[in-house]
Design a protein around this ligand. Sequence first.
Ligand code: CO
Length: 211
Amino acid sequence: MNESYHKLIKGNKIFSESRTFNDPEYFKKLSLGQKPEHLWIGCSDSRVPANEITNTKSGEIFVHRNIANLVIHTDLNLISVLEYAVNVLEVKDIIVCGHYGCGGVRAAMTNNTFGVVDKWLRNIKDVYHKNQTELEKITDQDSREDRLTELNVMEQVLKLAETKIVQKAWHQGRNLEIHGWVYGLNNGLIKELNTICNDIKDVPEIYRYKF
Ligand code: CO
């Protein structure tokens, strides 16, 4: 058995013991149910774990992760998570968290093929194309990639606002906010993008549903 695998099982024992050391009821309380106030849509990248980088604990964030934190309306996985989080858990915030140095964004900026993921990354190419003029004014490749990372997050925030699930919650008078963040792998800090969506007015008219 490989050493790093064994480390996971050992690590789990340490985790379990450390949580019950000061609070013997810790897991008993958690097992009663969850009521997280935030939904996280982040990248699968191993360096961007939702709880760790926000200094939160089990039970505080409902999490969905995929390559390059994309919101695809036909993705049953994401839409199911979103529906459950908004309608059942009644989260107050949805956070789309991208990160600088994202391999998915970098790959989408090339003309190389990588396999099935090409179809997934195609969505980032669309964001690039939509913002081509702005992006190609940036001559430094890393800065251009950073900007595309930000624009990609903003696009996903809007995609969430375009869902019937979110619009229905707003229609019912719920206070549901969608935030866009980009995390810096090199400093551990989150940059809040100026892109909060919390009202149907933030959605272009053609995407609005009537209820
Ligand atoms: Co990534």
